[in-house]
Design a binder for this molecule. Sequence first.
Ligand code: SF4
Ligand code: SF4
Length: 182
Amino acid sequence: MQALTNRKKQVDRKPMTLMEKLYLPSIFKGMAITFSHLFKKKPTINYPEQQRQFSSVFRGVQILNRDEEGRERCTACGLCAVACPAEAITMEAAERQTGEEHLYREEKYAAKYEINMLRCIFCGLCEEACPKDAVYLTQTFAPANFGRKGFIYKKDDLLIPNPVTDPEGYAKAKGTVGKEIK
Ligand code: SF4
Ligand code: SF4
């Protein structure tokens, strides 16, 4: 019968020799390969205790930034959502009320802000589009999760700690950002 490809191979069916029947040479050969790896540099690391140094242009999970007084920078203009090619960002705007000036920098703020990490392709266009320096891509990546809902990052997940009430947390989050944030 004519073969469709030239990839078929004739199986070698000749009887095994005594050495092959003993399997010992093959076992020792396998053990020698395993043993030789003990002295080689490990390609793996003990994540999450150890973490790899990312490239300075690495783009990871977003943060929503605050100003130096701890107020949210985002004004819910929607430009990041419009710029997003994956349609991963959704938000709902609300008006700042009297007495909330210490919470929100602008007269309008994002009452709801979500990023779907299953859609996000970490292109960074949201960061580029933002006129308020409110959204940044950090050098951390979204951790594994058991459910799809766990990948919908809400505003509380994205908001950077307050630099006034939690300077340590803020500095830590800021430190994970590849570039200087304002
Ligand atoms: S990084 Fe790109 S895909 Fe992800 S939310 Fe921003 S604009 Fe959308
Ligand atoms: S993150 Fe920036 S671009 Fe997106 S809604 Fe807020 S202010 Fe506008």
